[in-house]
Design a binder for this molecule. Structure first.
Ligand SMILES: [Zn+2]
Length: 297
């Protein structure tokens, strides 16, 4: 079997597994619903069990970090209301990267509330070049599409709104244009750095994914470089891109049971980056084995 055929077959198998996994969610997105909650002053979790969405009250309008899966806009709107805010005040959605599970509600927010949409310039270009990089074909949702972005952010750019100054750092790997986000928050009078690694799924580093997305270079090596690039950030409030990154749901559970604020956690950032590095290295090993299998076929 030719290399292309082999990788395509593997990719299709991955897609089928992914579609199967999402089937129950698309039939009824409320199965992933959780109540919104406060993480720090002006910072709320309004995502679900599958993907993180954070809300920042800047004092001059609201920012959302990502907008979740397609088909769940009604649940996001409900979460924003229940967090104590009016969704029509969402002025910007900043997207960590250009995948369907992070921009699913964005176009609807743009249409319903005039929300403006921002994404890293590199991913905006990547999506323009090849829409499939948004993983639309296997989003599993028939009406999925790429939203219209209003602003394209460069590496190191500061996104400013109200009292929020968000540092956007390019951390390629998961996609070519992943943005990791850093900003100050306060909690009980203390100031802390909040930070999110903007794309940590290692599936996207697997050979069949890399082949399908027509990516050049070595995304796994890029992710290792990205990890080093932001390791020095003194993050205390570690935010997840997906809940497993920072163990969002466990921390929330702890918060409900014991009180206090488990999101103020100085070790979480480095623990996560160390674990991620190990996961990336494991995928690199798998990729090598896959290459061997291809050459032996
Ligand atoms: Zn992604």
């Amino acid at each position: 079997m030719k290399r292309e055929e082999f990788l395509e077959k593997k990719f299709n198998e991955m897609c089928e597994r992914n579609a199967e996994k999402n089937k129950a969610f698309y039939a009824n997105p409320s199965i992933a619903k959780i109540d919104p909650f406060k993480i720090a002053d002006g910072l709320y979790y309004v995502g679900d069990k599958k993907v993180c969405i954070h809300l920042i009250d800047t004092g001059d309008g609201l920012i959302l970090l990502d907008s979740g899966y397609f088909g769940a806009t009604h649940l996001l709107v409900d979460s924003i209301w229940r967090a104590g805010f009016d969704p029509k005040n969402v002025r910007w959605i900043i997207h960590t990267h250009g995948h369907h599970d992070h921009f699913g509600s964005s176009e609807e927010f743009r249409i319903m509330y005039g929300t403006k949409l921002a994404i890293g310039r590199v991913d905006a270009e990547g999506l323009r070049e090849k829409m499939k990089r948004g993983h639309i074909p296997y989003a599993g949702f028939p009406h999925a599409s790429i939203p219209q972005f209003d602003r394209e952010i460069e590496d190191g750019e500061i996104f400013e709104l109200g009292n929020c100054k968000m540092r956007c750092i390019l951390t390629p790997g998961h996609t070519d244009g992943v943005l990791s986000l850093f900003f100050d928050v306060t909690y009980q009078g203390e100031k802390y750095l909040a930070g999110m690694f903007g794309g940590a799924g290692v599936n996207a580093l697997r050979l069949p994914y890399v082949y399908y997305n027509e990516r050049t270079g070595d995304p796994a090596k890029e992710m290792l470089r990205s990890i080093e690039k932001i390791r020095k950030e003194p993050v205390v409030v570690h935010l997840g891109n997906h809940p497993n990154n920072n163990r969002t749901l466990e921390k929330r559970c702890k918060q409900l049971q014991e009180g206090g604020n488990p999101f103020i956690a100085p070790c979480s950032w480095h623990d996560f980056l160390d674990e991620l590095k190990g996961n990336v290295e494991a995928v690199m090993q798998e990729n090598e084995e896959l290459e061997k299998e291809i050459s032996e076929n």
